[in-house]
Design a protein around this ligand. Structure first.
Ligand SMILES: Nc1nc2c(ncn2[C@@H]2O[C@H](COP(=O)(O)OP(=O)(O)OP(=O)(O)O)[C@@H](O)[C@H]2O)c(=O)[nH]1
Ligand SMILES: [Mg+2]
Length: 629
């Protein structure tokens, strides 16, 4: 029925590469791309799919990438491989979950020198939930410390995944890649409906099974495609990554976004090899991109179903679970005039990052800004960095915090997103805070230090087991205690060997108070935080001491105070400084010296008048990264 060539379902393999952070997913993707000729030799670079500056600098993947490859297998058939490279860091697990929900198989990469880590577990369980066929891949076998046999046993013991046919590779040297490509086509399933039912989507009960039965023909059924991802490209505008389930997507076709309701005409259909290549159509089982003159970012909701306007499918796909922001902070433009620019930039960033949430807010001290929700601290850091770099904004972030549930004395309930909005103590009956369930894998010798850290952070031990020479700790912890440098501390205590994964685990009441920081008698909204009553004093004292170091001495004396409910609990002073503004004028012109001194005097008066202490941005961030030393 169609004039172009799309692959028969049996010759397609859609799969995600999943692993703990740094176990070599992107490097493995490089080797597969290289073997399948997606790029010329000269276009190749290390972790070619990590294409943003931040990804390259930090050497981590932030955004999942989909690439289509062609591989001619030993059976003589040329297969279409749609590979999805996913991020490993816990903050970006939403990327992983969407990728897993749009394909049928996973390569589980495990570093042969490290073994199973926290995200190995978290990701493989998600793949299992998505009904994936999983091929274990033991990577980095070139390393002297590699012990593939031990790691295979560990995967079998800890995860319960058969490793007798695991593929051992080195993504660095290319060893084992041929064998892996054969395993992909022979072990992973094709997206064919008849054999496996429809797309394995996450939300169990909503998943439709009816159309999967006998007689369903994906080639003749109405168009049904999953909107996996979308982003803004300066040349193409809004690009939509799709996974076709039924029917076709063609250039010129009028399509409808079922949840969004909009109708658009497709102006481009294509794939990434990872180079952008235009195609005439995408058929059943295939992955690729479309553009459709979409202007407004709110039109493309990830998880939406795309269908044909004239001949729509009956039922939308179940879509994705929405992402849940875990950590909140406010962002204010350092220059109040940049407020609109910040709004626009957040909108653009959100287009590439469906998990960013934001809404406008007003602060007395900082003016107009946005309250933003992030998946975690790294996510928060990266979004800030993108805003500052890509959009040239100067930002003042506030302390990261979590969402509290308040029960007020008048029987009302409220959700507290921002410590600044905390009602007076007398109006509060109870405060509930979010808890997480954390899984930590750590070599034995660091166990003691980690137990102490979890204890200090008000943790409750749930489980402690051993898996192949390492301890697996399960703790319940208040999320509030984790947003303060928990991850940094975990890494430093374990010399980088511990790995950590977490999920939300309900709310619980506790004695929590608002800690206010005042600089020159004025409360600094940005530094207000909610903490446990027992920790409040030491936190307040630490904060004052920190700030004393961080706030540069200015022309007048600065008082730094910490207060709980109006009661001052700590105080530090930054003494005044007379800056030698004439230092640069060697001898010579006395009038110039006088002028400079005049200017200094004026400036001093102005600053004092407003009581406006300039706190460098770095001070905020550093102050919030308080260690427990
Ligand atoms: N020796 C050796 N090093 C490897 C191998 N594969 C990857 N690496 C190195 O391991 C580091 C991490 O590799 P990546 O491919 O970025 O890891 P990743 O799993 O994509 O990391 P995230 O996306 O951040 O989770 C890099 O320094 C790679 O050069 C391998 O087979 N052998
Ligand atoms: Mg990567």
């Amino acid at each position: 029925m169609s004039t172009h060539k799309t692959k028969p379902l049996e010759h397609i393999r859609n799969f995600a590469i999943i692993a703990h952070i740094d176990h070599g997913k992107s490097t493995l993707a490089d080797r597969l791309i290289q073997k399948c000729g997606g790029l010329e030799e000269r276009e190749m670079q290390e972790q070619v799919l990590d294409n943003t500056d931040i990804e390259r600098e930090r050497g981590i993947t932030i955004k999942a990438q989909t690439v289509r490859l062609e591989y001619t297998a030993k059976d003589g058939i040329t297969y279409q491989l749609n590979l999805m490279d996913t991020p490993g860091h816990v903050d970006f697990s939403y990327e992983v979950s969407r990728s897993l929900a749009s394909c049928e198989g996973s390569l589980l990469v495990v570093d042969a020198s490290q073994g199973v880590e926290a995200q190995t577990l978290a990701n493989v369980y998600q793949a299992i939930d998505n009904n994936h066929e999983i091929v274990p891949v033991i990577n980095k076998i070139d390393l002297p410390a590699a012990d593939p046999e031990r790691v295979k046993t560990e995967v079998e013991d800890v995860i319960g995944l058969d490793c007798s046919e695991a593929v051992c590779v080195s993504a660095k040297t290319g060893a084992g890649i041929d064998e892996l490509l054969e395993a992909i086509v022979t072990k992973l399933p094709s997206p064919s409906h008849a054999s496996r039912g429809p797309l394995p989507l996450p939300m169990g009960e909503g998943a439709e099974r009816s159309e999967a039965g006998e007689g369903h023909n994906p080639y003749t059924s109405p168009t049904k495609a999953l909107l996996v991802d979308s982003w803004y490209d300066i040349y193409l505008g809004v690009v939509v990554l799709v996974r076709v389930v039924d029917g076709y997507l063609r250039k010129g076709q009028k399509i409808k976004f079922m949840a969004g309701g909009r109708v658009r005409e497709i102006d481009r259909v294509g794939m990434f090899t990872p180079k952008k290549v235009e195609l005439s159509a995408l058929g059943p089982g295939e992955m690729g991109f479309i553009t459709a003159s979409i202007k407004d970012i709110s039109e493309t909701n990830v998880g939406d179903t795309i269908t044909d306007e004239k001949k729509p499918c009956e039922k939308a796909l179940p879509g994705f679970k929405p992402s849940v922001p875990m950590v909140f902070c406010s962002l204010f433009p350092a220059d109040a005039g940049d407020f609109e620019k910040l709004r626009e930039s957040l909108g653009k960033v959100r287009l590439n990052d469906a998990s960013l949430h934001f809404e406008p807010e007003t602060s007395q001290a900082l003016g107009l800004g946005f309250r933003c929700g992030f998946l975690g601290l790294l996510h928060m850091e990266i979004i800030q960095e993108r805003l500052e770099r890509e959009f040239d904004l100067d930002l003042i972030p506030t302390a990261p915090s979590v969402v509290y549930k308040l029960n007020l004395t008048n029987g009302e309930k409220m959700e507290l997103y921002n410590p600044v909005d905390m009602p007076e103590v007398q109006r509060i009956e109870t405060i509930e805070e979010p808890w997480i369930k954390a899984t930590i894998l750590v070599p034995d010798e660091y166990l003691g230090g980690l137990l102490q850290l979890c204890q200090e952070r008000r943790g409750v031990q749930v489980d402690l087991t051993y898996a192949g020479g390492r301890a697996m700790l399960v703790y319940r912890l208040p999320l509030n205690e984790v947003v303060f440098d928990f991850y940094d501390r975990l890494k430093s205590i374990s010399k980088g060997y511990a790995s950590f994964d977490y999920e939300l685990d309900g709310y619980g009441p506790n004695t929590l108070v608002k800690l206010e920081i005042r600089v020159n008698e004025e409360p600094v909204d940005a530094l207000a935080m909610i903490c446990h009553r027992d920790n409040a004093e030491s936190r307040g004292r630490q904060m004052c001491e920190r700030l004393k170091e961080l706030i540069p001495r200015q022309m007048f004396k600065i008082a730094i105070q910490a207060a709980i409910g109006g009661k001052i609990i700590a105080r530090e002073n930054v003494s005044a400084l007379r800056k030698d503004v004439t230092a640069k004028c060697y001898g010579g012109d006395i009038t110039r010296k006088k002028k400079l001194l005049e200017k200094q005097k004026k400036g001093k008066a102005k600053m004092r008048q407003y009581g406006n202490v300039e706190i460098p941005q770095s001070a905020f961030i550093a102050a919030l990264k308080m260690g427990d030393e």
